[in-house]
Design a protein around this ligand. Structure first.
Ligand SMILES: Cc1cc2nc3c(=O)[nH]c(=O)nc-3n(C[C@H](O)[C@H](O)[C@H](O)COP(=O)(O)OP(=O)(O)OC[C@H]3O[C@@H](n4cnc5c(N)ncnc54)[C@H](O)[C@@H]3O)c2cc1C
Length: 434
């Protein structure tokens, strides 16, 4: 019986395990050193805020694994020997595999700041990080968060829920403006401030200072401003968690290098999820994508290949969603922070500053490129199909109303949006009518 070993029990590894079980009777072992059971990483913030308990974040009963003949090992893989197809674990144990799937996720970035190891200074990625944060913020009054991304804003919401004041240091000129166009980034920056977060833009962390007991007491910015605090959250991005592979024959770049079948340079060794780096182009997609749904898709695809039906990883048009305090965000296709020379766009923002829509299309062909929605819920499947069918912008605007799935009684804005669109682009109206 083939033994498939998966390192990592996050969404990628567990999706692979579940699908391999559905498709085969292979022996399956999942090894992970974070928690014995799979839990939803994206729900970490809700545990801190008291909305959920850890137990509620586990999508499967603890009995599921035995019932489905998926063996779990709670240990850390320190070495992979591909010649003998063996894994060496921290406990001293060795595990032999026929097929190996590396699904080891990410690790939080740190940039060797003086003071980054003081007590009360940490990142947020894992369940142990969450437990540490719960401990470190007991009695805290003032926090500094460094790095304006999705984990940073979640951390701000978490801290505010415990009445801890938050100063947010962001290197860019607006919040998340390396991803969002200027208009949206500016709207979200205003929204963050409306939650009484002190958002300091264009500013980086220089050093972190501690007291005589090794507890953090302040940070100094690159503009030599000193900010007193008793907690520092470092949320400056994540990188593939692959250090344990450094002495192996498995090729790595920033992540584990994989081809279109998610296979590494070594036969029967695959990598999926946050830790995988594609070596081939996919239009509008990055080589490393550190999000939940891509991990799940890769897990499904690799299961097919491992079970004898070689399948390419073709995720289709990009999409993502997030929440910035009260504003839900969805993106379909590609809306880049800067318009490309061949692109044109339309931006609508509601007077409340809580809702916005941004559409981008090709200036010459009018082909729809992507849409960002804030505070408005749009149907993913419609945009996925329209992007694949290369619909034009006229079609998108004409059919905008049918994409909305805001709950009943929510105020609808399509009429206003479409009117404003045609005021700005009257020629497109003629084109659609003709
Ligand atoms: C706070 C937070 C909020 C997020 N919110 C969102 C969101 O809203 N939407 C979204 O799309 N994405 C979100 N993400 C990102 C998303 O959670 C990740 O993209 C996803 O969890 C990656 O899944 P994975 O299975 O590839 O890796 P992981 O979930 O990281 O799982 C890998 C596991 O492998 C273990 N491991 C690593 N190395 C070893 C080793 N050598 N031996 C044994 N075990 C090992 C790790 O400890 C970990 O448990 C969020 C991330 C965080 C941290």
């Amino acid at each position: 019986m083939k033994h498939v070993v998966i390192i990592g029990n996050g969404i990628s590894g567990i999706t692979a395990a579940r699908h391999i079980r559905k498709l085969s009777s292979h022996r399956i072992t999942v090894i992970s050193s974070e928690t014995l059971h799979f839990y939803s990483r994206t729900a970490l913030m809700y545990i801190y805020m008291g909305h959920m308990k850890y137990e509620h974040t586990k999508p499967y009963e603890d009995s599921f694994w035995k019932k489905n003949k998926i063996d779990l090992i709670y240990d850390h893989v320190i070495k992979v020997d591909t010649a003998s197809r063996s894994l060496h674990l921290n406990s001293g144990a060795t595990v032999l595999y026929d097929t190996l799937i590396i699904a080891t996720g990410s690790t939080s970035n740190k940039f060797d700041w003086p003071g980054q190891n003081l007590k009360g200074v940490q990142s947020l990625y894992s369940y142990p990080d969450l437990r540490l944060m719960e401990e470190s913020t007991k009695g805290a009054k003032q926090a500094v968060i460094v790095g304006g991304g999705l984990i940073g804003i979640e951390m701000a919401e978490m801290l505010l829920s415990k009445n801890i004041g938050v100063t947010f240091l962001v290197r860019e000129p607006e919040f998340w403006s390396i991803v969002l166009p200027r208009q949206e980034a500016s709207m979200i920056s205003r929204h963050i401030r409306s939650h009484h977060v002190q958002l300091i833009l264009d500013t980086e962390l220089k050093t972190i200072q501690g007291d005589k007991d090794g507890n953090v007491k302040s940070v100094t910015t690159n503009k030599n401003k000193i900010i007193d605090c008793d907690f520092v959250g470092l949320t400056v991005g994540v990188s593939p968690n692959i250090r344990f592979l450094k002495d192996s024959t498995i090729e790595t770049g920033s992540g584990v290098l994989v081809d279109e079948y998610l296979q590494t340079n070594i036969a029967d060794v695959y990598a999926i999820g946050d830790c995988a780096e594609r070596t081939y182009d996919l239009p509008g997609r990055k080589y490393i994508e550190q999000i939940w749904y891509t991990g799940r898709m890769m897990g499904e695809v690799v299961a097919q290949s491992v079970c004898g039906s070689k399948t390419r990883y073709e995720p289709g048009p990009w999409f993502n969603s997030a929440k910035f305090f009260d504003i839900e965000y969805q993106t379909y296709g590609n809306v880049m922070p800067e318009l490309k020379s061949n692109e044109e766009d339309f931006y609508w923002e509601h007077a409340s500053g809580l809702k916005a829509l941004h559409v981008v299309w090709d200036k010459d062909t009018k082909e729809f490129r992507g849409i960002n929605a804030f505070g408005l819920r749009l149907r993913h499947e419609r945009f996925d199909i329209w992007l694949r069918q290369k619909k034009d912008i006229g079609f998108i605007i004409e059919n905008l109303s049918e994409t909305n799935f805001d709950p009943e009684f929510f105020v609808r804005h399509e009429t206003e949006i479409i009117k404003e669109f045609f005021q700005q682009f009257p020629n497109l109206k003629i084109r659609i009518a003709s």
